[in-house]
Design a protein around this ligand. Structure first.
Ligand code: GLA
Length: 671
């Protein structure tokens, strides 16, 4: 067992003699795992049905001789130009009806039977040839499913959508009821009349949009399954496909059940001040998708990327600091895109582990340093790989709600992710580590569960959240929760849904969101804040995004709205659970960071969750616990002093009074 270290390896971009140098350098850099063949289809099958594996044999043998393990890709992410030439219908179509062309990558319609069959044939050959190869460690199916093309609106997709709808609803009456087609004369007389939600004169049917999101995620999953079936028939090795953090088009809860190992690609922007806490949230998601099992950071950049308008370089030490953030939050592998920086093609200005400048460079020295350290942290004496991250707090996450709450024609424009992030950040700022959960998951292992905005809710989800609080857990429910059922039909008789109304002791009469930003305002036009007041928020405070008329039936008002027609109406309520112990909170707006921090502190304290106190962390020091070790990472610009007692495994020295410079890391085994 080891903490994996490596990256995407694309030797086909280089002459043969470079491959030997690659392996020598990989050994020097402590590389243990190389992802091979991600974009090799055109090289492996230069003409339909004509395969060339000799070069890949050579690559795998060369890596194996050098002691490097292989994460072998199925090479299906970018079909060769001949596929579109012969089968133009495999090219995807946008909602405006534009057919996308060859010359980039990922130009395939996920529903295309031709694409799927060609991909299967390639995978069949790869598996036949390499399933028993001694270098093989992991199968890497396709690459970043949906990254560029997540929804396709072509005729082939339309037919597949109809089949999917027929299987779901059974009859056209069922679809008409679920979609509410009595509205705007949308009634369908048969499935043959139904189309994907292509560009239309005005708002498209909301349930049609939601079903198309679900369908599109499922079609990509069907592509994945079709390849995995071939692999599993002939290979025992584990299978993964690389996720992309909080990626809206793909419902990772469904996918996570079908990978042997969760892996993730994350590219935080060094120029963005929220990158560190946001990346922490992504890492927490990856751990949660695998039910707490270790995951792999499959791709990050050694330095700058090349796809933002401005591509900031990572500060010295930042790549290492961010890598330890991933390990501390449960990663058992740190990999990069890519090994050797390309000399040609669209990504030649994307950093690589071996930069254009070669090995006498800062980037390479940092790669070597981290490789050495991860080797020292691997093995049973340290006990890091395979270990878990203890958590007591969870946030409910649900793709249906994400898709629906951001649809047009909604009460206000909510960013689902920003809302989740506000709560996650408030909790992690207290030093807590947070899991993500499905609202219908077993919640009994947590003391506190937050559902920041669970817009689309099944009865089972509402019952489950309510039962958690009734059983003594602390439940926090945010605005925009329980508004509709799974078909986007509004829950009538007061928003929130019956089980939560009982548990929270409130219901929602009317939405009253703040005005939109005034775009004529001098200097920008921020949305006017929502005025709030209450000790639990620290007195007068402000909120954003949402406000509403909350009707209290059986709860204490802890904070109120403070201005306008809403003045005096409840903004934060609390109901103690009947059995004692737990509590059920309702929060009818998004309090600004400081006020939310105060509120969260009170809730956490009352829930009996102990805050880590062993480390004095001023501002930007991240402290996480994993497998009995404490990871302390200084993301700030100034050095800080740690007061944790123990041994820093990176330096071997006692950690009490240890000084961490900017971007410094300590991995401490407490006394
Ligand atoms: C993604 C892809 C890689 C590469 C990187 C660049 O993660 O999987 O092939 O394009 O982005 O950042």
């Amino acid at each position: 067992m080891t903490i994996w270290y490596g990256g995407d390896y694309n030797p086909e971009q280089w002459p043969r003699e470079v491959w030997d140098e690659d392996v020598t350098l990989m050994q020097r850099g402590g590389i243990t795992l190389a992802t091979v063949g991600v974009f090799s289809w055109a090289r492996l099958e230069p003409r339909p049905g004509e395969y060339d594996f000799a070069w890949l044999d050579d690559v795998l043998d060369t890596l194996h001789d050098g002691g490097i393990r292989v994460d072998l890709a199925t090479a299906t992410a970018s079909p060769p130009p001949w596929l579109a030439k012969r089968h133009p219908e495999t090219l995807p179509v946008t909602e405006q009806g534009v057919r996308l062309a060859v010359g980039s990558r990922q130009q395939y319609c996920p529903s295309s039977p031709v694409y799927r069959e060609r991909a299967r044939q390639l995978v069949t050959r790869l598996v036949e040839r390499y399933a028993q190869h001694p270098a093989l460690e992991l199968w890497h199916v396709n690459n970043e499913y949906g990254c560029h093309v997540s929804h396709c609106y072509c005729e082939v997709s339309a037919a597949a959508f109809r089949t999917w709808l027929e299987a779901k609803y059974g009859s056209i009456d069922g679809l008409n009821r679920a979609w509410g087609t009595a509205f705007w004369s949308q009634r369908y007389d048969g499935f043959d009349e139904v189309e994907p939600p292509r560009a239309a004169p005005s708002f498209r049917n909301p349930t049609q949009l939601l079903d198309f999101d679900r369908f599109s995620s499922d079609e990509l999953l069907a592509c994945y399954r079709s390849e995995v079936e071939v692999i599993r028939a002939a290979s025992e090795m584990p299978v993964t496909t690389n996720f992309m953090g909080f990626f809206k088009p793909v419902d990772y809860w469904k996918w996570a059940r079908e990978v042997d190992l969760v892996s993730d690609d994350t590219y935080p922007d060094p120029a963005d001040p929220i990158s560190v806490p946001y990346a922490a949230m992504v890492r927490d998601l990856m751990r949660s998708l695998g039910d707490g099992a270790p995951w792999i950071l499959m791709e990050q950049s050694p330095g700058a990327v090349n796809w933002r308008p401005q591509n900031a370089a990572k500060a010295p030490g930042q790549m290492r600091a961010w890598s330890y953030q991933a390990v501390g939050r449960g990663a058992d592998g740190i990999l990069f895109f890519q090994w050797r920086q390309s000399a040609a093609g669209s990504e030649k200005f994307h950093s690589g582990m071996v930069p254009h400048g070669g090995t006498d460079t800062r980037v390479w020295r940092e790669i070597e340093q981290l490789g050495g350290e991860l080797q020292r942290l691997s093995g049973p004496e340290v006990g890091l790989e395979g270990s878990r991250v203890p958590t007591q707090v969870a946030i409910a996450l649900d793709w249906d709600s994400w898709w629906a709450v951001e649809q047009p024609a909604s009460p206000t424009s909510v960013s689902y992710l920003e809302t989740l992030f506000a709560w996650h950040h408030a909790l992690t700022s207290l030093g807590l580590t947070v899991d993500f959960v499905r609202a219908d998951a077993d919640l009994s292992g947590y003391r506190l569960v937050v559902a920041p905005t669970h817009f689309v809710a099944t009865d089972a989800q509402l019952e489950n959240l309510a039962a958690f609080a009734e059983a003594g857990g602390t439940l926090v429910v945010g605005f925009g929760t329980g508004i509709t059922d799974e078909h986007l039909h509004v829950r009538l008789g007061g928003y929130l849904g019956e089980p939560l109304r009982r548990t929270l002791g409130v219901w929602i009469e009317e939405f009253a969101p703040p005005a939109a930003p005034d775009l004529r305002a001098v200097g920008g036009g921020a949305a006017p804040p929502v005025a709030l007041d209450g000790d639990v928020l620290g007195g007068a405070a402000s909120g954003a995004v949402w406000a509403e008329y909350v009707r209290v039936e059986d709860a204490a008002t802890e904070a109120t709205f403070a201005e306008g027609a809403l003045a005096g109406w409840p903004a934060v309520t609390r109901r103690g659970a009947a059995g004692g112990g737990g509590a059920a909170w309702y929060v009818a707006t998004l309090p600004e960071a400081e006020a939310l921090g105060r509120l969260v502190t009170r809730i956490v304290d009352e829930a009996g969750i102990e805050l880590p106190s062993s480390v004095a962390h001023g501002g930007r020091v991240e402290v996480v616990r994993r497998g009995g070790l404490v990871f302390a990472i200084n993301h700030g610009a100034d050095e800080v002093e740690l007061v944790v007692e123990g041994t820093d495994l990176l330096t071997g020295s006692g950690a009490a009074g240890l000084v961490l410079p900017s971007q410094g890391v300590a991995v401490v085994r407490p006394e």
